[in-house]
Structure formats: C-alpha cells, structure tokens
Write a protein that binds this ligand. Structure first.
Ligand code: AMP
Ligand code: ZN
Length: 220
C-alpha cells in the first residue's frame, strides 16, 4: 500500500530553527526538505535569471515577489521525489503563497497535513542570526555559540567550508524580523482557523525541540 502524500509546513521567524529541525527529521519522516531560501541560494550560486532577480530582495531582507516564489516552489513540488509529499521550510511566507499552495495541492486531491509554528522571542532570534554559519557544500546550519562544528570553520558532515550568509548581519536581520511580523505572521491565524496549527516552543535546546516536534507529528 502506498502511503498518502504528506505536507508539513515549518512556520516561524528567521532563525527559529526551521532549517535545523528539518535537517534532523527529514529522514525519520522520509520526506524531502523543501526550503525556499535554499532554492533561491541554489539559483544564485548557479547565476540563473531567477537567482539574480531574487538577490536584490534577499540582500535587503525583503521577500521575493510572490509570483516568482510560488512558481519556483510549485515546480520543486512537482519533481518525482516530492510525489510522497514534502517538509516545507520557509514557504509559504504570505497569505497569497498559502492560497496558491492550497489550490495547487487541492487540484491533486491533496492538502496540508500540519503546520508547526515555532515560537522564539525576537532578541534571541537576532543573536541566533548573527552567529549562524552554513556549509558551502551541503547547507548544514551551525552556530558560533549554540551548535559548533567539531573543527572550527569546517562542516562535520562533508568537510565543506562554513560561511556567513550575506543577509545574516544585524541590520538585515532586523528587517527580516519586521517582514516576518508584517507579512508572514498572519499565516498563524490562517492555519489555526483551518485546524492545522500546532505551537512549539523553539526557545530551548535543539534536541528538546526535536523531541516536541516528533511528538507533534507522531499521529500523521
Ligand atoms: P531563508 O533562508 O528562509 O531565511 O530565506 C532567505 C531569503 O530568501 C528571505 O529573506 C527572502 O528574501 C527569500 N525568501 C525565502 N523564502 C521566501 C518566500 N517564501 N517568499 C519570499 N521570499 C522568500
Ligand atoms: Zn556540509
């Protein structure tokens, strides 16, 4: 028997731990991790037209326009490995994106199974963002204080070089939080009204968040 496709959304402000948790649980869930920010960074590395367009927004901490973002993510969800569903991270970020996703899934007789709302206070987020480092090869996230690699500057998984994202400086971080509160936080009520939302305390150690997350998805 083939399992029903599952769509899980990780919602939460920048640096609330969406990417870190997704990387930990994607294998357990056997779902591909679809992160819109990673898709934009991939396009940028490959100097695609989409990547270059997106960069002007990303550098300011603004959202990339909905039409570009929606087309990119729906295209990713149409790839064969997403036939079983996806663990969505960083998408949707606006009501328009949520509506477009809902329509696209409904056309296939599918729908969102659960939305996890990760809660972390703003001051904690700023500290997390400015200390964040990523692997250039695999994108694995690290942190100068909270999640150090075994060897400074080197990825534990593949020896890749760790770097700081251009948009992980304090000014841009504050913009991104503002954008989150203005444009993305309305999704909390949107999904709560639809009975899909579960709140999760993201201001505790990584493994504790993972445990709570796994428990919040156990019945799916
Ligand atoms: P992230 O890696 O999720 O923090 O995303 C990095 C940047 O990519 C954001 O600050 C936005 O500029 C852009 N971005 C990622 N996901 C979206 C989205 N769903 N809608 C619009 N812009 C996005
Ligand atoms: Zn790596």
């Amino acid at each position: 028997m083939t399992a029903q496709p599952k769509y899980i959304i990780l919602l939460g402000p920048p640096a609330s731990g969406k990417g870190t948790q997704a990387a930990i649980i994607r294998d357990t869930l056997a779902l591909p991790h679809v992160a819109s920010g990673d898709l934009f960074r991939y396009n940028l590395r490959n100097q695609t037209e989409l990547g270059l367009k997106a960069k002007t927004y990303m550098d300011r901490g603004a959202l990339v326009p909905d039409d570009l973002t929606i087309a990119m993510v729906l295209d990713r969800l149409a790839q064969p490995d997403c036939a079983k569903g996806a663990l969505l991270d960083g998408f949707p970020r606006t009501i328009a994106q949520a509506e477009a996703l809902g329509v696209a899934l409904a056309e296939q007789g599918r729908g969102i199974n659960r939305v996890i709302n990760i809660l972390v206070p703003d001051e904690v987020l700023i500290a997390r963002i400015t200390g964040r480092r990523l692997c250039r090869t695999c994108g694995e996230p690290y942190h100068l204080l909270f999640k150090q690699p075994q060897v400074a500057g080197v990825c534990d998984l593949d020896g890749g070089e760790l770097y700081q994202r251009d948009d992980d400086n304090e000014d841009t971080a504050r913009n991104r939080l503002q954008v989150y509160w203005n444009q993305t936080s309305p999704l909390v009520a949107y999904y709560r009204e639809r009975g899909l939302l579960v709140d999760l305390d993201g201001n505790c150690p990584i493994d504790q968040v993972t445990q709570a997350l796994v428990a919040a998805l156990a019945d799916l």
